[in-house]
Design a protein around this ligand. Structure first.
Ligand code: OFO
Length: 173
């Protein structure tokens, strides 16, 4: 496997692993605040990011490279409020998108078209994840401090977490 592409793929492994840890911390914080639907959504999101990392690890190894499993980074323990959580989530996703775009660039420069093809899955995934984070933030802004609105929001997120679980996605649900 092309050494530059392998290095960039391994850097992406680090990004996906840190996304998974970050969202796990957000899930745990939400659970301690009684936001069980939001927690479920974020636990699922954390699992998805781990799946993104695994997909890269397997691809690198199958192509004759060597995947490097990164050390676990400590995410924050406290968040100001739910809006802050999703602002950070969107910021993080934008950073992941930038790194996927760099990866696409490197594949083209190195004429590694099969990795380029593989990475397209991440390009579409990022589009969806950014859009979802923006929709959630818009909803939170509309709700403001309304308790009833927050109750509905939390319930809605719980339902979307069920549909988006990696197990359901693997079964095409
Ligand atoms: Fe949303 O980060 Fe993975 O791809």
């Amino acid at each position: 496997m092309n050494a530059r592409v392998e290095k960039a793929l391994n850097q992406q492994v680090v990004k996906e692993s840190s996304s998974s840890q970050f969202y796990l911390a957000m899930a745990s914080w939400s659970e301690t605040k009684g936001l069980n639907g939001t927690a479920k959504f974020l636990y699922t999101h954390s699992d998805e990011e781990r799946f993104h990392m695994l997909k890269l690890v397997k691809f690198i190894n199958e192509r004759g490279g060597k995947a490097i499993i990164p050390e676990v980074e400590k995410p924050p323990v406290e968040f100001e409020n739910l809006e802050h959580v999703f602002e950070l989530l969107l910021e993080h996703e934008l950073d992941v998108t930038a790194s996927i775009n760099d990866l696409v660039d490197i594949c083209l420069q190195e004429k590694d078209y099969s990795t380029h093809n593989f990475v397209q899955w991440y390009v579409s995934e990022q589009l969806e994840e950014e859009a979802l984070a923006r929709t959630i933030l818009d909803k939170l802004k509309l709700i403001g401090g309304d308790k009833g609105g927050m109750y509905m929001f939390d319930r809605d997120l719980e339902n979307s977490a069920i549909g988006a679980s990696p197990a359901n996605q693997a079964q095409g649900k």
